[in-house]
Design a binder for this molecule. Structure first.
Ligand code: SAM
Length: 254
């Protein structure tokens, strides 16, 4: 059992995760990615379509320490942190506000600690205790990241890169959002607490099959933002070649 300084007890669920989210720390009953989004993301990662992202993150030299401590904030279904926990030794902690995401992460990846928590409020991690914080395609809490990170630690931020999924967006009749400014905007927002030390661009083409197209749409906000007709016609495609593009920023504490 876990507890907080105010005396609230928190049980470990049968899958191995702990739900630290109190009702006043969430705006809806089921915050974060819904179960269908989580399972679509799980299938999409399992299909190998984002292996390039997993490999690029896994290559960062700071993971190679004898014992590395990593927090993945907004960890989703746990693919990235799970891969790191299989490759390196140390302490691995994933937090997400979506209970379903943390449930499926903890069911599969037993070497990590998984918590349901609101990463945009007080993050339940001690001061200056983490070597690395990962924030991949997830909301960022720079004040808390700066508190939690060791003085020589690294924050790794992943944002969509230029022309990410441009072909899918065109098919869905989106005209805006080429993501060219995303990395600069992320760096600017971190500026009070962090200095950028490295920027890596990752871009590759991937031909997606019907199931991958459906999962990709379902796991992103494109699902809510697209018109029903455009969505239905894209879902009819047998395959679609898309650009997959991410920018990975490394930041150190200022
Ligand atoms: C686009 S997904 C990315 C998941 C994972 N990082 C990945 O790359 O596969 C964004 C995740 O952030 C989570 N999230 C959104 N708001 C959050 C918050 N306030 N605290 C923690 N997680 C949050 C969502 O539930 C979702 O799992």
């Amino acid at each position: 059992m876990y507890g907080c300084k105010n005396g609230h007890p928190f049980n470990v669920a049968k899958e191995g995760y702990v739900n630290l989210l109190l009702s006043h720390q969430r705006k809806s009953k089921t915050p974060g990615d819904d179960p269908e989004m989580v399972m679509a993301r799980r299938r999409f990662f399992d299909s190998g379509a984002y292996d390039g992202l997993t490999e690029a993150v896994s290559r960062f030299p700071m993971f190679g320490k004898d014992e590395v401590s990593i927090l993945d904030s907004g960890c989703g279904e746990g693919h990235l942190l799970g891969a790191l926990s299989n490759q390196y030794s140390g302490f691995f902690c994933g937090i997400d506000i979506s209970k379903k995401a943390v449930q499926v992460a903890s069911k599969r990846h037993k070497k990590a600690t998984w918590l349901v928590a609101n990463g945009m409020r007080d993050i339940p991690i001690a001061d200056a205790s983490m070597d690395v914080i990962l924030s991949i395609l997830a909301p960022r809490n720079n004040e808390e990241f700066s508190r939690i990170l060791k003085p020589d630690g690294a924050l790794i931020i992943g944002v969509p890169g230029p022309n990410h999924l441009i072909e899918l967006r065109q098919q869905l009749q989106f005209t805006s959002g080429d993501f060219k400014e995303k990395a600069d905007q992320a760096a600017e927002k971190c500026a009070p607490q962090f200095i950028e030390t490295n920027r890596e661009s990752l871009s590759f083409k991937q031909t997606l099959c019907k199931e991958q197209i459906a999962d990709l749409i379902r796991m992103t906000p494109l699902f809510w933002r697209s018109g029903e007709e455009a969505k239905a016609s894209v879902m009819e495609l047998d395959q679609l070649e898309v650009t997959i593009s991410f920018t990975l920023l490394t930041m150190k504490r200022d």
